[in-house]
Ligand binder design. Structure first.
Ligand code: DX5
Ligand code: ZN
Length: 225
């Protein structure tokens, strides 16, 4: 299976999300990663279900919503209504994460489970028969542009062993660029989220640098597989 590249719109122009999404998809994005932050679970605020719903008609690939909020459950139906394809919640966001995964699937979305760098990957073991994806954070969530945490590579390798032959994707998020991409794919990652390394140069009006950055990531990632 080839690696998927999921640009994070956290690094795009917040006043122009619709055109940014169209531009980055035309430049080769596989998924669109949407970072929802509540100023409580993480020390930053972004946006909620109405923004995701407004964005949805502009997304032709796959809308991958990463919730950095607590609690989660009261918002699951709103994100289903917004058209999320994958809804990822943090294992640290509450005591009833299994219920959150069940409710996410019952609402018709794929269920993702995210882990902070301070959480052992062994904690996902009881949830592996319900999740579609596990997101191993490679920075502490909350902000783009942070430095990749190399110790998370061992967690990705261990997660790959725990997953075995189940059809569960491994996603990584934070500090992914052409230097770190081959490290995470060698460890077992399938979906690479990248914000600043894709949106650093270019714009919706001049999007070719987005394409160059996606190609550079994809090429680098393939050397790790
Ligand atoms: C961080 C977010 C990421 C962020 C990654 O909390 O979950 O998706 O956009 O940004 P970069 O790629 O710049 O590290
Ligand atoms: Zn994210």
């Amino acid at each position: 299976m080839s690696v998927k590249i999921a640009p994070s719109i956290l690094a795009a122009d917040f006043a122009d999300f619709g055109r940014e999404v169209k531009a980055v998809e035309a430049q080769g994005a596989d998924w669109i990663h949407v970072d929802v932050m509540d100023g409580h679970f993480v020390p930053n605020l972004t946006f909620g279900p109405p923004m995701a719903k407004a964005l949805r008609p502009h997304v032709t690939t796959f809308m991958d919503v990463h919730l950095m909020i607590a609690p989660v459950d009261a918002f699951i139906d709103a994100f289903a209504d917004a058209g999320a394809d994958m809804l990822t919640s943090h294992i640290e966001a509450g005591p009833h994460v299994h219920r959150t995964m069940q409710a996410t699937k019952a609402a018709g979305m794929k269920a993702g489970l995210a882990l902070n760098p301070g959480t052992s990957v062994e904690a996902v073991t009881p949830l592996l028969d319900i999740v579609d994806m596990v997101l191993v954070m490679t920075v502490n969530p909350g902000f783009g542009g942070q430095k990749f945490l190399h110790h998370q590579l061992a967690q990705i390798r261990r997660l790959k062993e725990l997953i075995g032959d189940r059809e569960i994707l491994i996603q990584v998020d934070g500090g992914i660029d052409p230097t770190t991409a081959p490290l995470v794919t060698a460890a077992g990652a399938d979906v690479l989220v990248a914000g600043s390394s894709i949106f650093r140069d270019g714009s919706a009006d001049a999007p070719e640098p987005y394409g160059a950055a996606i190609t550079a990531l994809r090429d680098a990632a393939s050397t790790g597989i």
